[in-house]
Design a protein around this ligand. Sequence first.
Ligand SMILES: [Cu+2]
Length: 161
Amino acid sequence: MHLKQCFLSLLACLGLAACPAGDSHEHADDEHHQHEPTGGIIPLKGTTAQSDNYIVSVVSASFDPAEEGMNDWVLRLEDHDRNLISNATIVAVPFMSVHNHGTNPASFTATAAEEEGEYELNDVNFIMPGPWEVTFTVTVDNGTDGGTMSEDAMMELTVIN
Ligand SMILES: [Cu+2]
């Protein structure tokens, strides 16, 4: 799992005050161009969050990787058999566990998009760069006999400045 190791070492690096000399992802300057996703940062598109029954994936993003400030994502919801699920409710709660804070507002509710199984998540406000987790609470109405089912699926991502 080379990618995962890279990601973990990146997280470890971001969590320290200084990176080893020669690392390209220190955040000391304001140049966007210093933060191209060259190795280390996993692209947001295609990233998934999984719960027991559901998979939330990022279909497209206004910034990839995510950037500090407002971000708009298109999400896809499906089950583990790859059935697309429309008419669900998806609420996203971003959290930065390394600093123990979230965002303001604390949660963002996705709205159904035109494509089957797709949802728009708008104005997600990552207030600072670094490692974030987004927990999606997926609530699906299974009809009159099934009731509603609600599950959490968590996604890890890196936000750049
Ligand atoms: Cu923070």
